[in-house]
Design a protein around this ligand. Structure first.
Ligand code: PHE
Length: 339
């Protein structure tokens, strides 16, 4: 019996030694260790032995089993390592193949203008405030000193959801909301965002466009502060050689109000002016409704069309280019943004 066992073991170890593939190794494992394998059969022979011989024989079969298992395990490690090395040697990467070209997007020109203006004003201590595009009549008109039947509402006709809810016609409602939020404290804000008006779409008009408004409220604010802010913005956007010209105008929410023109050099070398924005000192009624005592606090405000700036800056002939997302147009603004 012992001889049979040691023969079995020798035979198994020899086979394992000569094996070269993982599948052959698995076959040997099944041959010896599966339920009907040689070693399991030896174990079943226990039954035929007298009681006193069983423990010693059982122990011997177990030792043989462990030895074979160990030999199988060691060989498996060697074969797996060999397989890995072969794979690594055969599968080499061709680093000279051309890579995939990833399409790189860019910031929309209107967002470039907004970010540029935000950076400028944040550098001067302003914060950026935003508000909803679907607004209440209260913030969009009434708190801007345009009560229900104010004739100037005609200039800002818009889209109504119901009698009191409308698509905002300017970002001034954000000014109203911020005034209430600040509860009488001084403030310096700019409000960028989309606005809407009932308008025919043509090369210079769109029913939806983009604005940035600015509002500063503090004690001792004067027209000089407004002029300085406007000149700083214009020179930042168009160059330090530019100048501004203020013309008297009318807005219900500012008094006095001005229209602001920026200088440019005409083809014949003379200086011309082109209108870019509206501004003024905050009307006392607006201050009052916003929670400020107009005898103590003063403010200035301005509002500028983002498309208007981009059109002048980049010489664009049709406002609708901004909205149709034609890549031939948008790609021209790659890399324009200062980082
Ligand atoms: N809210 C004005 C508009 O959209 C712009 C503006 C803002 C004018 C602040 C003056 C002062 O027409």
């Amino acid at each position: 019996m012992n001889d049979t066992l040691s023969l079995l073991k020798q035979e198994a170890l020899l086979k394992i030694k000569d094996i070269n593939t993982l599948s052959d190794l698995e076959n040997v494992r099944l041959e010896y260790l599966s339920k009907k394998g040689h070693i399991s059969l030896m174990m079943s022979k226990l039954r035929d032995l007298p009681n006193e011989e069983r423990p010693a024989f059982g122990a011997m079969v177990n030792t043989v089993k462990q030895d074979v298992e160990k030999a199988l395990y060691d060989k498996k490690q060697i074969l797996e390592e060999k397989a890995l090395l072969e794979t690594l040697q055969n599968e080499h990467i061709d680093v000279t193949l051309p890579g995939y070209k990833l399409y790189q997007g860019s910031t929309h020109p209107l967002n470039q203008v907004i970010e540029d203006i935000e950076d400028l004003f944040m550098g001067m201590g302003y914060t950026v405030e935003e508000g909803p595009e679907l607004e209440n009549d209260l913030y969009n008109f009434e708190m801007m000193n345009l009560d229900k039947d104010h004739p100037a509402r005609d200039m800002q006709d818009t889209f109504y959801v119901d009698e009191n809810t409308l698509l905002r016609t300017h970002t001034s409602p954000v000014q109203a909301r911020t005034m209430l939020k600040m509860k009488g404290e001084p403030l310096k804000i700019i409000c960028p965002g989309k606005v809407y008006r009932r308008d025919d779409d043509d090369p210079t008009h769109s029913h939806q466009f983009t604005q940035i408004e600015g509002l500063v409220i503090d004690k001792d604010i004067s027209f000089a502060h407004l002029k300085d802010a406007l000149l700083t913005m214009v020179q930042h956007l168009f160059g330090s050689e530019r100048n501004i010209r203020l013309r008297p105008s009318y807005f219900p929410f500012t008094e006095p109000s001005v229209e602001v023109d920026v200088s440019y050099i005409k083809k014949d070398g003379s200086v011309g002016y082109i209108e870019i924005l509206g501004a003024g000192l905050v009307h006392p009624n607006v201050l009052k409704m916003g929670g400020y005592d107009p005898n103590i606090y003063k403010g200035f405000a301005f509002g500028v069309g983002v498309e208007r700036i981009a059109i002048l800056k980049y010489n664009i002939d049709d406002i609708r280019h901004f909205y149709v997302n034609d890549l031939r147009f948008l790609n021209q603004f790659k890399g324009v943004k200062k980082i």
